[in-house]
Design a protein around this ligand. Sequence first.
Ligand code: C2E
Ligand code: CA
Ligand code: CA
Length: 757
Amino acid sequence: MRNNISVIYIILICALTVCVISAKRSKQRISNAVMMLCASLLIPVIGNFIIIISETKPYAKLGYYLYFMGVDFLIVALMYFAKVYCRTGEVKHKEPKFLYVLFAADVIQIMINYFAGHVFALEKLEVSGLDYYNFTPRLGLTLHRILVYAVLACIIAIFAVMTVKMPRVYRGRYAIILVTMLIVALWQTFYVVARIPVNTSMIGYGFFGICIFYFSLIYRPHRLLDSMLTDIVSDMPEALFVFDPNKKCLWANEEGIRVTGVDIQEFELVNERLRETFGSLDSDNTYKQNRIIVADGNTFYYNIETRVVRDESDVLTGYVLSIRDTTEEQLRMKRDIYNAIHDSLTGLYTCEYLYERISERLASNVSEKYSLVFLEIKNFKIVNDLFGKSFGDYALKEVADWIRANANGKCLYGRLAGVNFGILIPRSDYSVKEIDNMLSQFVVSDGNFDYHLLIHLGVYKVTDEDSDVQVMFDRAQLSLSTIVDEYKTHVAFYNEELRRKMLWDQHISAQLVEAISERQLCPYLQPIVDTSGRVVGAEALVRWINPVDGFMPPGKFIPVFEKNGMIVEVDRYMWRCACEILARWKASGIDKFISVNISPKDFYIIDVRSELNALVSEYGVDPAKLRIEITETVVMNDAEDRMKVLSDLRAAGFIVEMDDFGSGYSSLNMLKDMPVDVLKIDMKFLSSTEDEVRSQKIIRNIIRLSNDLDIMSLTEGVETEAQFRMLSEMNCNMFQGYYFSQPIPVEEFEEYLKKNG
Ligand code: C2E
Ligand code: CA
Ligand code: CA
């Protein structure tokens, strides 16, 4: 028996030595730990071997010392192994350092046994006629065992946790070590419990070391890699084929099998099938190519790649072919490109892309002269409101179709935004008259509704091809503001005058706030007289005395501010000035009124009613002395609301005057509902008519009617004594005009009052 077991031990010792050497040579991350583990195993195994072969007590004792102390080294090495083996990614586990101290202490206490005899004692034993030395455990050994088993249990627990926690592919890596350790633990426990006289427990440990070496350095990595590679390659979206040097197909992944429609057993058909589908594939060289294949009227895109495989000594070992179906990608890309440059509703170019194309065209084709057209659909909100959004969309598509149908190959066009379209057109290719004609009859009909779309074109003749396209379109758009009769005129042209005007508008708008705070704006007063020629009041008319641009009559800036809403600032300022003057007059006993102008925009932007009330109370002015002039456009929108404001103002004591009566759309009919006290009749409309007798009839009737309605009449623009006399005869109540005085500064007006008050 001794001889047989000895042979086993010798083999084990040799095997472990081979493991130590191989692990040292191996360059894997884990190899150092494996080497230490196998080396530490050598000590108890050799110890055990000595125990088995010893016939004398001192040798057996030496064997036991090596055995017990070797187990300590083994567990320490196992801890280190577990630490390195379980390291995943960057996460490093730290073993508790005090364990090293405990194991060192254990080694020392085992050595002390030599004197103290507290760990084990030896007794002779005869087995099958041979002498062996067995040990009797003492307290020290129990301590040693507690330490060893506790740490071993922890290490086993760690591997158990890793086995459960890890992803499927890695699980086996931990499971195999776990199972090995469990078997060894059981083997050891069996020895401790069974107390078999001849201790050969280290045979188990020896095998354990060899298994660890094999599983961690040889078996697992390869299996793991294989299974991972197989998983990856099988699931790859591309078809993969492996050929031998004779181009015989050896293997295809799942997609490869699907694409060629062959069975796993019929790889020899692969070449033929590939040729049928993809044509000839040159597999002699490593290359990449894209192939477009049309089948059953559909286009397919493939990305084909061949790789020639050679071994380290450059001998051909085979070929790998990969075929990836990129049809979806390609179609998506094409769709994305299309969507990026086309408007989704009309299918025309988007604004950005149109700009890009126009710049390119203008830069490349300098010989041709172009016009840039800004197309605008007017009042489109009405279309949407009246007929619904889908009809609106339909109308926009119709406009796009109209552009498409009338543009030739040299035109570029697109949708700029909402109801605006842009067109670049060679100047020689269109006739304004023709376009005007077409636009005047532009009817959109979806079978249920017919709607006449009002379309305006602003044209900018491109003179500087390098200008920014956006700027050119802005100019084309700007020209639209010159269209006066929107139903008659459909095409407008940009000119430099327009640009100058725009610059002027910007110039004065930028200065307004400062002008008001510096009192560059000032009220001029134009006297208003009664039939006897006595001044009864004045109209406050604004003047701008600009330090750079000089004296400016309102015609130079009022229309600009009326358009951009800044008129509110001017009017507020003028009302305040009027109140200041009235307050001063009140103090010096001048009992005259001042009329101020209220722009229609004021009603939109501010609460006219409360602002005026606040002003008169701030200055302690009688509201009846601050007359307010409105024009009929004020009541054209939101009539009910506006009438209410005017009634309230009248109720508060203000006198409301209807300015420029007869110049606009006013009808006599309107008067019966209008809450006004004075009608200011515009003389200008009289002077422009040729038939004097007829106009006199009209004016006479207006005056008569206003008298009938108890509305005072005032005629503006009285320039001659004859006019004054005539109007007086017609029973007009008040008069204003150059015949009496031009608008004059306040001090001058006060002088004038002294003579005519
Ligand atoms: P408007 O309110 O109709 O003012 C009367 C305009 O007729 C004044 O022109 C006045 O100078 C002019 N005028 C007076 N008598 C005669 C005459 O006998 N013959 C002729 N041909 N013209 C006469 P002005 O001061 O140039 O003002 C023009 C317009 O500017 C005003 O017309 C008014 O609409 C506007 N405006 C003036 N000041 C203000 C203001 O403070 N606020 C607002 N919103 N508009 C104002
Ligand atoms: Ca006025
Ligand atoms: Ca007027």
